[in-house]
Ligand binder design. Structure first.
Ligand SMILES: Cc1ncc(C[n+]2csc(CCOP(=O)(O)OP(=O)(O)O)c2C)c(N)n1
Ligand code: SF4
Ligand SMILES: [Mg+2]
Length: 296
């Protein structure tokens, strides 16, 4: 496992693109305890991106990629939208699915990987926008949860269809007026985290990407629980600065303003009893290992 898979044979080393050589030298594949602190000092798995300057989706992507516990054995499933502009730059296996189909594709993929690599850990992580997760893909999203498919669903919630110029989405806040929805949203933001919990997700978290430690913990828990227990869901606020009329450097403040105690992105986490027991068993396993390493 680890970097063996991407190693360049000596004969070809000097003709490989510098980005690939850097990946081989500095990727965090196989590193124990990967996390957001690797962003900037190690290869963070994105060379560059084609999002708008300052778009919070870019830092959200970096945190997600840096925090995957097992990137070399992870397959991500994306969907159409601004997020799909990033996937071509990502050094993790990924599939682009037809808009809205991402959770159906991930269901088949997870089962196929289990069949093809019995006994091996293969994580599947869906990452898609709110339009793809909630509006057009809602059926596929819910059915995968009902079936207890063991993968993570991450929604980059920017509360509208950003990539097509700002149409209304089910996750848009009530009263919001966007370029392509001038009449204003007539009803409240759909409560997808609550629906996820009621639909069988074992871990559900709502947060912004303003606090990297929190994002790291959420991603790790979501992946570990999805591996062993069942479906997990994370809703991350990644505001579309272009559509809400903010400057490139104002995204962070927008996220901070939206995560106060009574705001719509106040941090919330749900962990099922089964998942809590599983996390506790992992902690127990870790403790004797830590004791024996201090005694050695
Ligand atoms: C089947 C299909 N329907 C519609 C579209 C047009 N389309 C492309 S991106 C997009 C909106 C994406 O919105 P969201 O999922 O919220 O992602 P964002 O761009 O906001 O990150 C739509 C409707 C498409 N590409 N394919
Ligand atoms: S349109 Fe909005 S969500 Fe898309 S890249 Fe630009 S700022 Fe980000
Ligand atoms: Mg969106």
């Amino acid at each position: 496992m680890g970097k063996e898979k991407i190693k360049i044979c000596d004969e070809f080393y000097d003709i490989m693109p510098p980005e690939y050589r850097e990946l081989v030298d500095s990727a965090t594949y196989g590193k124990e305890g990967r996390g957001w602190k690797d962003v900037g000092v190690a290869k963070e798995l994105i060379e560059e991106h084609s999002l708008c300057a300052g778009c919070p989706e870019s830092i959200a992507f970096r945190y997600v990629l840096a925090c995957l516990p097992n990137p070399e054995d992870t397959v991500m499933v994306g969907s159409t939208g601004c997020t799909s502009l990033v996937f071509p730059h990502v050094a993790v296996h990924n599939i682009h699915s037809l808009f809205g189909n991402q959770n159906a594709v991930a269901s088949g993929l997870k089962r196929a990987l289990a069949h093809r690599f019995p006994g091996k850990i293969k994580d599947v992580v869906v990452l898609a926008g709110d339009g793809a997760t909630v509006d057009i893909g809602l059926d596929m999203t819910l059915q995968s949860w009902f079936r207890q498919e063991k993968f993570v669903t991450i929604c980059f919630d920017n509360e509208l269809y950003a990539n097509t110029g700002g149409q209304e989405s089910g996750l848009m806040q009530k009263g919001f007026v966007s370029k392509m929805a001038p009449a204003g949203k007539k009803f409240d933001k759909v409560k997808l985290p609550e629906i996820a919990q009621e639909s069988g997700c074992h871990y559900v978290a709502t947060l912004t990407v303003s606090k990297p430690n929190r994002v790291e913990k959420a991603i790790r828990q979501a992946v570990l629980i999805a591996r062993e227990v069942g479906p997990t869901y994370i809703q991350l606020y990644t505001p579309c600065i272009l559509e809400i009329g903010k400057q490139a450097m104002e995204g962070l403040q927008e996220m901070r303003d939206s995560e106060g105690p009574n705001e719509r992105f106040a941090f919330k986490e749900y962990i099922s009893e089964e998942a809590k027991a599983y996390l506790a068993s992992l902690e127990k396993e870790k403790k004797p290992a830590a004791i024996s390493s201090t005694q050695a």
